[in-house]
Design a protein around this ligand. Sequence first.
Ligand SMILES: [Fe+2]
Length: 512
Amino acid sequence: MLDRRAFLLSSLALYGASAREVFAGAPALQNPRFPTSPFTLGVASGDPSADGVVLWTRLALDPLNGGGMPARPIDVQWQVATDDRLSRVVRSGKTLASPEWGHSVHVELSGLEPHRWYWYQFRAGNEVSAIGRTRTFPAAQAPVDRLRFAIASCQQYEQGHYTAYEHMANEDLDLVMHLGDYIYENPGTDNRVRKHVGGELMTVNDYRNRYAQYKGDPALQAVHAAFPFLVVWDDHEVDNNYAGLSQEAGAPVEQFALRRAAGYKAYFEHMPLRRSSIPRGALLQLYRPFSYGSLASVFMLDTRQYRTDQPCGDNVQPVCPGMRDPTATILGAAQEKWLMDGLHRSRSGWNMLAQQIPVASLDRWPGPERRYSMDKWDGYDASRSRLLQFLGARKPSNPVTLAGDVHNNWVNDLRLRVDDPTSPVVMTEFVGTSITSTGDGSEMSPTMKAMATENECVRFCNDQRGYVRFDLRPKELRADFRVVEYVSRPGAPIKTRASFVVERGQPGAKPA
Ligand SMILES: [Fe+2]
């Protein structure tokens, strides 16, 4: 099985290489005249370092129909300035938007100053893009007294308006982390707030059109233009609840590998990722480390690409032996070793895991019977135990895990032994609600209420839409749960539903 997988994945990589050569000889269009602006999808930046950041855009004259661009590479100029009117330009250059990458543009900058704002803009032919703002990280181990950031996830386009992003764009943040479900793969459905264009996503062109529809939203464009992003995916960037090369509906591995390659390629094309994340067939290196001066290390994790299949038939199930399978893994051996080595070496004040799915053990069944979601860390108890035991034994400074996926807000105290309330808390978990997925919501569903009383680890939960805003300082992490009252129509105001703090040296959340 492993040999067959390796062959499949590498032959897909070769397929990708030969596709690139098709266009290698075509001369670039240097100064095209566009009938309308090709900058329909906005601008973005991401993966900052102390001396650089990735700038992103994609040219698309007809965004919902394959982009509508000529099948030729196109010259794109870019410039970076230290002021918002671009009068003090400190870097500029030229790159190519090529058809084999959907005319997307990734500029990987270096040579910038640490810990400061920059503004940027693209030009192609007779058109210019919106101006974006971005920020470099502080130098390694430089003393830093503050990091303000937000986490977002799960932005099902059909289920609501991106009002939460309108508010986020006005926040005073250094950074946004997107923790997955940036798009959803399902076909257009009638009688919802908005409607997906097209059917279930299968090909690169399908995925491109879906990203283009989402990225056409002005609120999403505004938040990308305002802050750099760190992104990781969850399942819907390819297919609901996929695991490695196992597909939910049981498609043959050969067929699903092609679909995964298509989804991964379109993901790279639409995200501000570095060259190190260029996909090779059905493989894309997404787990990666960041450091924010002496204040924080951030480990962006990929809990989809390398996991073993969900145990016990997936979904919510009674306790079953598969949950405890010692050979099951959610990170894969290489990523797990990388994470533990990184945590062990870290000298940062805080260590944040940013990933897709809740780590907490959560019985989701009201009443005495216990049932767990096999798609979360609950389905991979051996992986979770190794992580918690590692935290208990090696004690990296102030570990905190951030997740999305479940479309509600949660604060959980994670104990060394998840089922033993007498064991010490070793990590604090913040799960951010969805931007839109599952629609308007309410304060709390009856099931959540039962979960909150039946699970000792839960400190808070809430079922409204929004995002979590964090203020990290050397002595304290503060989390504000920002919620909107509705997403079914535009214009909802935002409020802080609850605030929690984690104090340095004391794992576990307290009401602020
Ligand atoms: Fe989701």
